[in-house]
Write a protein that binds this ligand. Structure first.
Ligand SMILES: NC(=O)c1ccc[n+]([C@@H]2O[C@H](COP(=O)([O-])OP(=O)(O)OC[C@H]3O[C@@H](n4cnc5c(N)ncnc54)[C@H](OP(=O)(O)O)[C@@H]3O)[C@@H](O)[C@H]2O)c1
Length: 253
């Protein structure tokens, strides 16, 4: 019994710490559309960070379908299963500033789906990598930045459902989420035109087309999910849509 109480106390402490450490900003409206509110001139050259990952490969495919010129920033080019005349592959590591700056130069926007699986010890891959990215963007005058983080941070803490709030995050992902919260803070402090996209649990299901998006999406009880393909679609929309400029927005089915 004592152990259960201690565990609950630990989970709740972590929940409130992630709420405080993460980004608080948000607006009070919920939308249920495909996120289309175009009002900007279309950028052409897009850099994708984490392009060999689940969301990253979706981003690359969908950007090419929409006729963008795409640069995929990857550690291992052989992992990227997409070929296209408008796709350029640049090898690098987000922890190596020089490789990041070379990749960023000359682009109109950066989309990041950076992630990793080193969950069980403290890491700063997300925050340090994102800091390199932001520094390079400011130096190269690349302004638009759309970054995928996660539900469960800042003002979305707790809205990843009970299972994630009381098991997955405190047991498996505490270090990872701690670093993600810092990643969000760094983005918010930057001079870029940023949007943070916080999805629920990611699936590899086909694109559904319709999903909910807004700062208050998620559930305190149930685990909410969304296909990576829909997250990618929503992130791409943000390049030309200022609805969520300088905001963290959650997305889920
Ligand atoms: N899984 C979920 O249910 C879930 C839910 C909410 C949010 N998220 C978040 O959503 C994001 C995307 O998740 P995902 O599962 O689609 O992605 P993923 O498959 O985990 O891919 C992550 C990408 O980041 C790249 N990467 C890692 N370290 C790097 C480094 N040092 N330099 C350059 N690239 C590096 C990986 O490259 P390699 O291929 O070389 O490893 C890979 O391309 C992550 O931040 C994840 O935490 C996930």
């Amino acid at each position: 019994m004592k152990l259960i109480v201690l565990y609950l106390l630990y989970s709740l402490t972590l929940l409130f710490a992630l709420r405080r450490r993460g980004l608080q900003s948000g607006i009070k409206t919920e939308h249920k559309t495909d996120g289309n509110n175009d009002n900007n001139e279309k950028p052409k050259r897009i850099l994708v960070i984490g392009a060999t990952g689940g969301t990253g490969q979706e981003l690359v495919r969908q950007l090419l379908e929409r006729d963008y010129e795409v640069t995929a920033f990857v550690r291992k080019p052989a992992k990227l299963k997409v070929e296209h005349p408008k796709l350029m592959i640049v090898q690098g590591n987000v922890l190596d500033y020089d490789s990041v700056e070379k990749a960023v130069r000359g682009h109109d926007a950066v989309l990041s789906a950076l992630g990793h699986k080193r969950f069980f010890y403290p890491t700063q891959i997300l925050s340090e990598g994102t800091q390199n990215l932001l520094r390079a963007m400011e130096k190269c005058n690349v302004l638009r930045f759309v970054c995928e983080t996660s539900l469960g941070i800042g003002n979305s803490a707790g809205r990843f459902g009970l299972y994630y709030t009381f098991f997955t995050i405190p047991v498996i992902l505490p270090f990872y989420f701690w670093d993600k919260a810092l990643q969000e803070k760094l983005i918010a402090q930057s001079n870029t035109k940023w949007t943070i996209v916080r999805p629920g649990v990611l699936t590899n299901n086909p694109k559904q087309g319709e999903y909910r998006h807004g700062p208050d999406i998620g559930s305190y009880i149930w685990t909410v999910r969304i296909p990576r393909a829909d997250v990618a679609k929503f992130m791409i929309r943000q390049i030309t849509d200022d609805t969520y400029l300088k905001m963290a927005v959650a997305v889920a089915r």
